[in-house]
Design a protein around this ligand. Structure first.
Ligand SMILES: [Zn+2]
Length: 124
C-alpha cells in the first residue's frame, strides 16, 4: 500500500493554526535571525500544526485570538495547561532555578493563555 499517509499539505486552508511544538520553541527567534541575516531559505516553508496538518508558517499564530482552527485551539489549550503544571512543579523543587513566586506567575500566564484558547474569556 503506497497511499500517502501522515500530515497532509493544506496550503489553501483559510484557518489559522498553532504550531504543534511547545510554545517555548525557538521558531520566533529563528524567524528573527532569518530576517536579520537573510537565512530565509533555511526556514521550513511549512510547519506541523496541532491538528495534524502541515501549513505555511505564516498560517500559524501563538495568539489565541488569531487561531481559528478548533482542533488547534484544543491542542494549545491542553498544551498550555500542561506547561503550567510543569512550571509549578519546577518551582516547587528544592534548589529550583526559579522561585515558587516566579513559577506561579509564569504558570498563571500559561493558564490565562489556556483559558483564551478554550474561548473561556467571558465573551463569545
Ligand atoms: Zn489546525
Amino acid at each position: 500500500m503506497d497511499s500517502p499517509s501522515g500530515p497532509k499539505d493544506d496550503t489553501t486552508s483559510a484557518h489559522i493554526h498553532v504550531e504543534k511544538k511547545p510554545p517555548r520553541s525557538d521558531a520566533r527567534a529563528r524567524d528573527l535571525l532569518a530576517a536579520t541575516f537573510g537565512l530565509v531559505a533555511d526556514l521550513p516553508a511549512t510547519v506541523a500544526t496541532g491538528c495534524g496538518l502541515r501549513v505555511p508558517y505564516a498560517m500559524t499564530s501563538p495568539r489565541p485570538e488569531s487561531v481559528t482552527c478548533l482542533a488547534c485551539r484544543e491542542h494549545a489549550h491542553a498544551q498550555h495547561l500542561r506547561l503550567a503544571e510543569e512550571i509549578e512543579r519546577l518551582g516547587a523543587m528544592p534548589g529550583a532555578v526559579v522561585t515558587a513566586d516566579r513559577a506561579g506567575q509564569v504558570a498563571e500566564h500559561h493558564r490565562d493563555l489556556a483559558r483564551r484558547f478554550a474561548g473561556d474569556d467571558g465573551s463569545p
